[in-house]
Write a protein that binds this ligand. Structure first.
Ligand code: C5P
Length: 313
C-alpha cells in the first residue's frame, strides 16, 4: 500500500524580496592593506527590489529572469550561489537548492542588486532550512560575501563604517521620493575605486567628510534641507570613466529634481524630489531627454530582505 507523506514545511518554496540601496552619503577614506577603502556612508533602502524564489533541488542551480538577465552569471561566481554555499557550510548541509532570481534592480548599476540577491538567498534559506541562526550571525556571513550585503539584510536607513559592513540604524522621518536614471552599460565597482585612487594619487590624503548635517536633515524629514547635503566621493571617478553622466545629472536637476548624485560606484544617477508628484514629472522629462536607457521612480526607506508571504505575491 502506498503511504502518503505530507509535504513538510521544508519542501515548500520560499519567496523573498530584497531592496536596492542608494548611498545618500559616501565618504571614501584611505585604501587599506586588504584592498578595501575605509568608508563612512549613509545607506537608504529603496522600493526597487529583487524577487528570489528558493526551491529544494538535487544540486545548487540558478536561473535569472528580468531586465538584462543575460548579463548575470548563473555559475558559482553569482553572489547568491556564494551565499547559499556559505550558509550550507555554516549549517553543515548540502547547498541543494534552486535559486530563481527575478531582477528588478539594474545589473552593475551601483544599486547593490547582487548584494540584494545574496541577502535574499540567506533569508530564504534560513526559512527553508530552519537554520535558527540569529540576525547577527547572518550579518557576519553577509559581511564575508560583500561590503553591501549586510545592509541589504538590514534595510531602512543606516550609517555604515569600516568597509560599509558595520551598521547603525539612523532615523529618517517620512518618505523620500527618488527618480533613478539607469544606463544599459554597467560600471565595475573595483574599477571605479581604482580610478578614485588614480585621481587621488599624488594629491593630499583624502579628507573624510562628516555626515552629521545630513543625518540631522534625515531626522527632520526635510528633502529640501537634505538635497544639498547628498554626497558621493566616488562620483568624480565614475564621471571620469563615464563623462556622459554629467549630462544625465544636469538633465535631472533641469527637470526639477532637488539634487542628483551618482549612486555608489554608478552608473545609475539618483535624483531626490520634493514629492511623489514631482518625481513623476522629473521621470517623464528624463525619459524624453535621451540621457539614459531607462527611468524608474522609487521611495525610501523600505525594509531589508524579507520572506514574502503568499498574499503579498
Ligand atoms: O565588498 P565588495 O565585494 O562588494 O567590493 C567590491 C570591490 O569594491 C572590492 O574588491 C574593492 O575593490 C572595492 N571596495 C573598496 N572599498 C570598500 C568596498 C568595496 O575598495 N569599502
Amino acid at each position: 500500500m502506498l503511504s502518503v507523506v505530507p509535504a513538510s514545511a521544508e519542501s515548500r518554496p520560499v519567496s523573498v524580496q530584497a531592496p536596492a540601496k542608494v548611498n545618500l552619503f559616501l565618504g571614501v577614506g584611505d585604501l587599506r592593506v586588504d584592498g578595501y577603502h575605509e568608508l563612512t556612508t549613509v545607506f537608504q533602502a529603496l522600493s526597487l527590489s529583487e524577487r528570489i524564489r528558493l526551491s529544494p533541488a538535487e544540486t545548487l542551480t540558478i536561473s535569472v529572469r528580468g531586465d538584462n538577465a543575460a548579463a548575470v552569471p548563473t555559475d558559482d561566481s553569482n553572489l547568491a550561489a556564494r551565499a547559499a554555499r556559505a550558509l550550507a557550510e555554516r549549517c553543515d548541509r548540502d547547498p541543494a537548492v534552486h535559486i530563481d532570481i527575478d531582477k528588478g534592480i539594474p545589473v552593475a548599476g551601483g544599486l547593490a542588486g547582487g548584494s540584494a540577491d545574496a541577502a535574499a538567498t540567506m533569508v530564504g534559506l534560513d526559512r527553508l532550512w530552519e537554520t535558527e541562526l540569529s540576525r547577527a550571525e547572518l550579518s557576519d556571513i553577509a559581511a564575508e560575501l560583500g561590503s553591501d550585503v549586510p545592509f541589504s539584510l538590514h534595510g531602512g536607513t543606516a550609517l555604515g563604517t569600516g568597509r560599509g559592513e558595520n551598521l547603525m540604524s539612523v532615523l529618517s522621518r517620512g518618505e523620500l521620493h527618488w527618480v533613478l536614471a539607469i544606463s544599459r552599460e554597467g560600471l565595475s565597482t573595483p574599477a571605479v575605486y581604482g580610478e578614485l585612487d588614480r585621481l587621488r594619487a599624488g594629491g593630499s590624503a583624502p579628507t573624510v567628510r562628516d555626515p552629521a548635517e545630513l543625518l540631522q536633515a534625515l531626522a527632520a524629514g526635510d528633502p529640501h534641507r537634505l538635497a544639498p547635503l547628498l554626497h558621493n566621493d566616488l562620483q568624480p571617478a565614475a564621471l571620469s570613466m563615464r563623462p556622459t553622466l554629467r549630462r544625465t545629472l544636469r538633465a535631472g536637476t533641469d527637470a526639477g529634481a532637488l539634487a542628483g548624485i551618482v549612486s555608489g560606484s554608478g552608473p545609475t544617477c539618483v535624483f531626490l524630489c520634493a514629492s511623489a508628484r514631482s518625481a513623476v514629472d522629473v521621470a517623464a522629462e528624463l525619459s524624453g531627454a535621451g540621457v539614459c536607457s531607462a527611468v524608474r521612480t522609487a521611495t525610501g526607506p523600505v525594509s531589508g530582505a524579507h520572506v514574502v508571504e503568499e498574499a503579498e505575491q
